[in-house]
Design a protein around this ligand. Structure first.
Ligand code: HEM
Length: 346
């Protein structure tokens, strides 16, 4: 019996530590930094976190996603982006889901999010079903991570083993949201600075930008490129001509700020490597997309070219970088809580 006990605990330790190596891409990663809320006692995230407490968690997430994405393919993109906007502001703690209240200044109203992020009703539906099946067990932060992976898979992209066990914040950061989410007209150096602050490097920047293989952007976010990129009333010269004229017809010089254009016009609902191929032809939609090729800092040009050439390479790195992004300053142990309703603290 004693032998049995020892070997079981060895197996458990082995399981946990192999998962830990996935969850910890390396120390010096910035845990608790960048405005993160993780103050010590960090144990780490493990893929088996809900194995006993809610084994059907991922199935429930997937069944809601399948319906939502069948009804509106863009929803996959919106949910992927929601996880990104959560993780870059005080870590992956579902702070982005909190509504305004007496104690919360909602991140939903920040510059990068207002009139832009979406998908909250789908998260609510997933949460309601999970509360029925396993009350107060699956955190909203983990729901965002599961929804991002599921949305990627349902759009034709890669699957990855997903470390779980994030807890939900009791706070949000409106100012952190304004400060930490990179703007679309960023230079390459700026993008790198924003990503480095979160413990992410240039490889993560290029691979994760590949999330723009699905979804759309509003004219407001790229109009400057069409009419006045450098303050001289000229268009961005890196824009391919035909593409430029097409975009001008969608986005007039005045008005139309909420008109939309696909980030990857060739296959806007399919998760593939066309995004990188388009960038090579001057058909990236945002400045932040095109500068990955033209920005002339570090190795990003080579990375764009290699992902354009090799979809498998892109998928592999996207999966790795999503695990890394999903591990930014999670709350664990007794920090935070598992919200009953993702929109408010318990
Ligand atoms: C590199 C820095 C990034 C910048 C500057 C950026 C900027 C933007 C902008 C401006 C939009 C359009 C928003 C609007 O029209 O209101 C957008 C959409 C989107 N972004 Fe990013 N983004 C970045 C990184 C990422 C990352 C890391 C991901 C995910 C891994 C991502 C996923 C998406 C998706 C899927 C959409 C489409 C959303 C939809 O259709 O609802 N982005 N992004």
């Amino acid at each position: 019996m004693a032998v049995f006990k020892v070997s079981v605990s060895v197996i458990i330790i082995a399981l946990v530590s192999s998962s830990l190596s996935l969850a910890h891409p390396g120390w010096g990663f910035g845990w608790g930094g960048g405005g993160g809320g993780n103050s010590g006692g960090y144990i780490g995230l493990v893929p088996e976190f809900y194995q006993y407490s809610c084994p059907q968690a991922n199935d429930i997430v997937m069944s809601v996603l399948e319906k939502a994405i069948a009804k509106e393919p863009r929803m996959a993109a919106s949910l992927l982006r929601l996880h990104f906007h959560d993780c870059f502001v005080q870590g992956c703690d579902a702070s982005v889901l909190l509504d305004n209240s007496a104690t919360i200044a909602s991140e939903k109203n920040s510059g990068p999010n207002s009139n832009s992020i979406r998908g909250f009703e789908v998260i609510d539906e997933i949460k309601a079903k999970l509360e029925e099946a396993c009350p107060q067990t699956v955190s909203c932060a983990d729901i965002l991570a599961l929804a991002a992976r599921g949305s990627t898979v349902l759009s034709g992209g890669p699957y990855w083993e997903l470390p779980l066990g994030r807890r939900d914040s009791k706070t949000a950061s409106f100012s952190g949201s304004n400060r930490n989410i990179p703007p679309p007209n960023s230079t390459l150096q700026n993008l790198l600075t924003f990503f480095n602050r979160q413990g992410l490097d240039e490889v993560d920047l290029v691979a994760l930008s590949g999330g723009h293989t699905i979804g759309v952007a509003r004219c407001a976010t790229f109009k400057q490129r069409l009419y006045n990129q450098n303050g001289n009333n000229q268009p961005d010269e890196t824009l391919e001509r035909g593409y430029y004229f097409g975009l001008k017809s969608v986005c007039p010089q005045s008005g139309g700020d909420n008109n939309i254009s696909p980030l990857d016009f060739a296959s806007p609902a399919k998760f593939d490597n066309t995004y990188f191929k388009l960038i090579l032809f001057g058909k990236g939609l945002l400045t932040s997309d095109e500068v990955l090729l033209t920005g002339n800092v570090g190795n990003t040009m080579e990375l764009v070219k290699s992902y354009a050439e090799d979809e498998g390479l892109f998928f592999n790195q996207f999966a790795k970088s999503m695990v890394k992004m999903g591990s930014i300053s999670p709350l664990s142990d007794y920090n935070g809580e598992v919200r009953k309703n993702c929109r408010r603290v318990n």
